[in-house]
Design a binder for this molecule. Structure first.
Ligand code: SF4
Length: 236
């Protein structure tokens, strides 16, 4: 039997989820996730997270597998005050729902093996595509700086790997119940400008061809990578 207090409706829980506030098991406490792009957070944001966790949570913070920051164990009764307090701080809710999610990146910016400035690229990509919504499902992007793939680009809907001559792109990867290894596009993208064009075409193709609640990898499996390549007329 659910421990959910009777005053919380399913519609309210769904609305909270849209704002990156998730009901925990037992439904009496919630976790609030905040946006982190490229795995980088300024110290003022970290202090703000700590203050909210101390005041409204239980003084702990969880770092998610996709480099996000989550404050767990916030009682339902404190949610409104927590959201009012957060609105005055330099924090943004994480992206949630059928949209481009926060973009993760390895520290290729300063890693001795890094071929590209991964964290800057994650920021550029988020600025360009981070508001993209109304997609068939969530759309995860990861950037890595070399063939070691520390940020797991093959397990994201779209992965970018920096190499000495440009960017390798993987499409349709995902974890979950039926994991799928992303397909490597058969060309190297030589410049950041061209990379932005390629990614836009990929997201547009997914928006046009994906069924509701269908992950990108499943769309590729259903329609075929060759169709994606033909219809997007890639000219790297
Ligand atoms: S993927 Fe390469 S550049 Fe990025 S952290 Fe790993 S080893 Fe360094």
């Amino acid at each position: 039997m659910s421990n959910k207090p009777s005053k919380i409706t399913d519609a309210e829980i769904a609305a909270l989820k849209e704002n990156a506030i998730f009901a925990e098991r037992g439904m009496t406490h919630f976790s609030a996730r905040f946006l982190v792009v490229g795995g980088l957070m300024t110290t003022d944001k970290l202090r703000a997270v700590a203050a909210i966790a101390d005041r409204y949570g239980d003084g702990t913070v969880h770092f998610t597998t996709r480099q996000g920051v989550e404050i767990p164990h916030i009682p339902y009764a404190k949610l409104d005050k927590m959201r009012t307090a957060v609105a005055k701080l330099p924090l943004e809710p994480a992206r949630s729902g059928k949209c481009v999610r926060a973009i993760v990146a390895c520290p290729g910016t300063y890693c001795k093996l890094g071929n590209i400035d991964t964290q800057k690229l994650a920021t550029v990509l988020f600025k360009k595509f981070g508001k993209r919504g109304k997609l068939p499902h969530k759309f995860k992007i990861a950037v890595c700086g070399c063939k070691h793939c520390c940020s797991k680009p093959h397990e994201n809907d779209l992965g970018v790997m920096g190499i000495a001559t440009g960017f390798v792109v993987f499409v349709g990867g995902m974890a979950g119940e039926t994991p799928r290894w992303g397909d490597k596009l058969p060309f190297v993208v030589s410049t950041e400008r061209k990379l932005l064009t390629v990614i836009k075409k990929i997201i547009d193709w997914y928006a046009a061809n994906g069924n509701d609640k269908e992950r990108f990898g499943t769309t590729i499996k259903r329609i075929g990578l060759s169709n994606l390549l033909e219809e997007t007329e890639f000219a790297p």
